[in-house]
Design a protein around this ligand. Sequence first.
Ligand code: EPU
Length: 422
Amino acid sequence: MDKIVVQGGQKLKGEVFVSGAKNAVLPIMAAALLSEETSSIENVPNLRDVVTMMRLLRVLGAKVNFTSGTLEIKPGTGLKAVAPYHLVSTMRASVCVLGPLLTRLGQAEVSLPGGCIIGSRPIDLHLKGLQALGAEITIEHGYVKARASKGLRASDVYLGGSYGSSVLATGNVMMAATLARGTTYIENAACEPELVDLADFLAKMGAKIKGQGSHLIEIEGVRKLRGARHRIIPDRIEAGTFMVASAMSRGGDVTVRNSNPEHNHALLDKLRQAGVLVSKTKDTVRIRRNGLLRPVEVTTLPYPGFPTDLQAQMMALMTLTPGISVITEKIYPDRFIHVSELNRMGSKVFLEGSSAIVHGVSHLSGAPVMASDLRASAALVLAGLAAEGKTEVHRVYHLDRGYERIEEKLSALGASIKREKE
Ligand code: EPU
């Protein structure tokens, strides 16, 4: 297994290019199953999660080819209905194949994904939505068994849960409804940009969708979908991670290219409040840090609120911000596994229910730390870049699930960072 070794204290300066969005490409790969024909997806990041999804699509019978950032997916006519445990358990996004398989084949068996380190992650909203479209669902031997022998039929589906709307449940129901009879309305739909990208891909396949990006999505079912060509949007979380890295670096001046600033309003607002200079064009954001940071309060919320996937990185920034900052986590109340590792580096973070109280310290000191999930790993790398001395981030496979060549990109900005074998 690899580890990332960071020698802290280097100033970050220059330009960095953002890759395609992980959380857009994964459901779009599942959506390709809705047609027999070949779909071609461009700007696909080379990530572990993408490789896992490729393996799953192959197990389901699709032909998949990935070269130079372009994925060709040919589902053909012989799709299988079973998504096995060994793949679904390593990546929750695999649950996205449930809607497409069910609507195309009239049946699907997908292993229940189970919880994960960032907290309990039920799929009741996915199942509620598919049941509303007429699926009969049972849970047997750890698998969701869904059947719709006469095909799915449209319905009104309300998808709000205790923690707001659900991104992948909205995606699953949207995909299933594309081939259902009649017009489906998803109420309290999630409006994340990745879902807009999914809807745009579905529209290119011939689906009739309106309202994507709002809380009410209308899908008029069609009989058949075709293959489509599509380019994935930039990864707003990767972009945000580089923005926070620049803000943490004394004298940092990083221009994040190929990003969509529209998708990072909540982060940019907080960075400005923290005293960071933000300038942007249509597809670049420049983040300059001069002087001390100011404390801020952040609450994670569904889009367009502050993303939970940038919470850990923002906490790394707060550890070096004079005064008291507060983060409240409203999506995953237990997503604080990075706190103890940051504290091992000298930060002073106290947990109070689903809030973290961060007392800024004058410096962090490099240490060996253990990555526990994807975004926590990114936060530890950022902390290492700003810390005094050497930080080793172990269990880097988490980072590889969602960040493409992160050590190369950060090195090009002046960071002293390398990957080593354990
Ligand atoms: N929830 C339910 N029932 C459900 C589904 C979700 O109660 O049936 C709850 C969850 O437990 C959570 C909240 O609703 O408290 C929101 O979860 P959501 O369903 O929106 O999450 P997701 O769709 O499973 C996606 C991203 C996550 C990201 C969340 C929230 C992908 C592949 N994953 O997950 O990304 O944190 O939305 O924005 O799109 C990551 O990239 O590191 C990551 C974890």
